[in-house]
Design a binder for this molecule. Structure first.
Ligand code: GDP
Ligand code: ZN
Length: 305
C-alpha cells in the first residue's frame, strides 16, 4: 500500500478535487470507502478539508480519509434539504461583506450570516464596502451596532483604498471565507488586497446570473503575506443548518444576558406576554436585530412543523 500524505482540499472541479500537498497539487478522486460514505454526506470532502491522500500516476491521487473538521459552513442541500451540504471546512473567519449601495445594504443577511458563523464555529467580521459612493448615516449607525456587539467591523472602498490596510491585516495568517451577495465587491477587494490574485471583477456575479451553480465552486487561495481566502460564488440565499429553534437566541449576544428572565421558561421571545427580550427592543436591543431574530425564528419553526 502506498504511503499516505496529508493535504488540503483547494477546489472542486466536477468530481475531481484539487489537493495541495507539500511541494505540489494533486487531482484527486475519492476512495471507494468515501464514495460509499457519500450516502451519509453530500460531499465527503470539501474545500478547506484536511485529507490523507495516496499518490498515483501523473499528478493524480486518491483521498483516503477526511480528518476531523475544526469548523464548517453548512446549509441544507438544495436538492435534498434534509441533508447537510458543507460549503467550506476549517476556515477561521467568516468575512460578511455588504455594500453601502449597489446592491442595497441588507442587515438581515448580515444577521443570518452571523448565526451561520456561530453555529459553524467560525469567528465573524463585517465589511461594508463602497463608501466612496455615499455616507449614509443609518448605515454608519448599523455598523456601530455590530461594533458594540463585539464584532470587528471595517469600512472599505476598493475604489479609493479606504480601509484596505486594515483588511489586509485582518486576512493575514488565517483562513477567511468571503461571504456576501454578488456585486458588493468581493473580487475587487481581493484584487486590491493582493494584485496577484487576478479575480475578474464581475466574474462571480455573471456566473451566478447564468445560474451555473454546478460550475461555480468555492476555492482556497493563498495570500502572499500568509493566510488564505476562500470565495463562495453562487451562494446568495442560504438556509441555516444544524440549529434548533431553542438555540437561536444564543446566537444573538445581546439577548444572551436576558435569557431566563422572561415570564415563561419556554419563551421564544416572539409574541409571548412578559418577554424581557422584546421589552428591551429599542433600549439595549436594536430593533433591526430583533426583526432579524423573529424572521429566522419563524422560518425555523415553520421548518419544524
Ligand atoms: P463581487 O460580485 O462581490 O465579486 O463584486 P465585484 O468585485 O465583481 O464588483 C461588482 C461591481 O462593483 C464592479 O463594477 C466593481 O467595479 C464595483 N465596485 C467594487 N468595489 C467598489 C467600491 O469600493 N466602490 C465602487 N464605487 N464600486 C465598487
Ligand atoms: Zn422572552
Amino acid at each position: 500500500m502506498s504511503e499516505r500524505i496529508e493535504g488540503t482540499v483547494l477546489k472542486r472541479k466536477g468530481s475531481t478535487l484539487q489537493v495541495a500537498i507539500p511541494g505540489g497539487v494533486l487531482e484527486c478522486g475519492l476512495s471507494g470507502k468515501l464514495r460509499h460514505d457519500r450516502q451519509l454526506a453530500i460531499a465527503p470532502a470539501v474545500v478547506g478539508d484536511r485529507v490523507e491522500v495516496t499518490q498515483g500516476e501523473g499528478g493524480t491521487g486518491v483521498i483516503e480519509k477526511v480528518l476531523p473538521r475544526k469548523s464548517r459552513l453548512s446549509r441544507p442541500d438544495t436538492q435534498d434539504p434534509k441533508r447537510e451540504s458543507v460549503i467550506v471546512a476549517n476556515a477561521d473567519l467568516l468575512l460578511i461583506i455588504q455594500a453601502v449601495a449597489a446592491p442595497e445594504f441588507d442587515a438581515h443577511i448580515v444577521d443570518r450570516s452571523l448565526v451561520m458563523a456561530r453555529i459553524g464555529g467560525l469567528e465573524a467580521a463585517i465589511v461594508v464596502n463602497k463608501w466612496d459612493l455615499s455616507n449614509p448615516p443609518e448605515i454608519e449607525r448599523t455598523v456601530e451596532v455590530y461594533g458594540a456587539l463585539g464584532y470587528r467591523t471595517l469600512k472599505t472602498s476598493a475604489r479609493t483604498g479606504e480601509g484596505l490596510p486594515a483588511l489586509r491585516d485582518l486576512l493575514a495568517g488565517r483562513t477567511t471565507v468571503l461571504f456576501g451577495p454578488s456585486g458588493v465587491g468581493k473580487s475587487s477587494l481581493l484584487n486590491a488586497v493582493d494584485p496577484a490574485i487576478h479575480l475578474k471583477v464581475g466574474e462571480l456575479s455573471e456566473k451566478t446570473q447564468e445560474g451555473k451553480h454546478t460550475t461555480t465552486w468555492a476555492e482556497l487561495m493563498p495570500l502572499p503575506g500568509g493566510g488564505h481566502v476562500i470565495d463562495t460564488p453562487g451562494i446568495e440565499v442560504f438556509g441555516l443548518w444544524g440549529i434548533e429553534v431553542e438555540d437561536l437566541v444564543e446566537c444573538f449576544p445581546e439577548f444572551v444576558e436576558r435569557i431566563g428572565t422572561c415570564r415563561f421558561n419556554d419563551c421564544y421571545h416572539d409574541a409571548e406576554p412578559g418577554c424581557r427580550i422584546r421589552d428591551a427592543v429599542g433600549s439595549g436591543i436594536d430593533p433591526g436585530r430583533y426583526q432579524s431574530y423573529l424572521k429566522i425564528l419563524r422560518g425555523l419553526r415553520k421548518g419544524r412543523r
